[in-house]
Design a protein around this ligand. Structure first.
Ligand code: ADP
Ligand code: MG
Length: 250
């Protein structure tokens, strides 16, 4: 049995040009990236600004289409899917959290968490929503609206919302980017325990070596290409590797 939750093969994404004549404006955001992410693993993706981290996550999560190459999620090749099937796959098999929590302000925590099931036209058992909130330590806050919650609590609601469908992979783009370091650590500890206790697979983009040190493995991107990876690395080792990348000429 294939133990990879998700794998990328020669993934390439180019942007532009808007007009065919302006071919010098083409940007290669991802350049033939091949990577595999094991089930139950926690991987961080790092690299300088503009190195393709968000593009990698968006393509891997089926939020964006690669120019060429393939993404395989638990045996399903995403690139061949129609928009309708891709949308369904995203709803049912993928979770996503962003730097901005993206909660709907008029809905309570439990209504926000229930949303993905509602959108999928599925029944929303209240016990399941409450369980998802308990899982992220917010059992007592189910009736609160986002403005009544701290940043860390809002991100935990977003996490519960991403996990309500029991996705195969959780994608997180700078999930602690809007949080102070203490609150950020609480969210990272929570992610780590979901990986360890529930066997969740996490793929997280971060610029913060402390955040990356919670992962099992750190993959580095430079100019849309993989530029080394570290397993079980300390904060210092990650920071040092990052410095060498940022010092290197483009
Ligand atoms: P990162 O997340 O590592 O900062 P991105 O994946 O956002 O990098 O971007 C990689 C490259 O692709 C950058 O040069 C960026 O300017 C370019 N890019 C990203 N999105 C678009 C877009 N929608 N249109 C044109 N260029 C884009
Ligand atoms: Mg980015």
């Amino acid at each position: 049995m294939n133990t990879d939750a998700i794998s990328l093969h020669a993934l390439t994404k180019t942007y532009g040009p808007k007009r065919p004549a302006a071919d010098d404006t083409t940007v290669t955001a991802l350049d033939a990236v091949s990577l595999a992410f094991p089930r139950g693993g926690f991987t961080a993706v790092m690299g300088p600004s503009g190195s393709g981290k968000s593009t990698l996550l968006q393509c891997a999560a089926g939020l964006d289409r690669p120019t060429s190459g393939s993404v395989t999620l638990g045996g399903t090749e995403l690139t061949g899917l129609s928009e309708t099937r891709l949308t369904r796959l995203r709803r049912e098999r993928i979770g996503f959290v962003f730097q901005a929590f993206n909660l709907l302000p008029s809905l309570t925590a439990e209504q926000n968490v229930a949303l993905p099931l509602r959108l999928a036209g599925r029944r929303v058992p209240r016990a399941r929503v409450r369980e998802a909130l308990r899982q992220v330590g917010l059992g007592e806050r189910a009736r609160h609206r986002p403005t009544e919650l701290s940043g860390g609590q809002q991100q935990r609601v977003a996490l519960a919302r991403a996990l309500i469908t029991r996705p195969e992979v959780l994608f997180a783009d700078e999930p602690t980017g809007a949080l102070d370091s203490q609150t950020g650590r609480e969210v990272l500890t929570l992610l780590r325990s979901l990986v360890d206790r529930e066997g969740l697979t996490v793929l997280m983009v971060t610029h913060d070596p402390v955040a990356a040190s919670y992962a099992d493995r750190v993959v580095f991107l430079v100019d849309g290409r993989v530029n080394g990876d570290l397993t079980g690395a300390s904060v210092d080792a990650i920071a040092t590797h990052l410095t060498t990348l940022e010092a290197s000429p483009c």
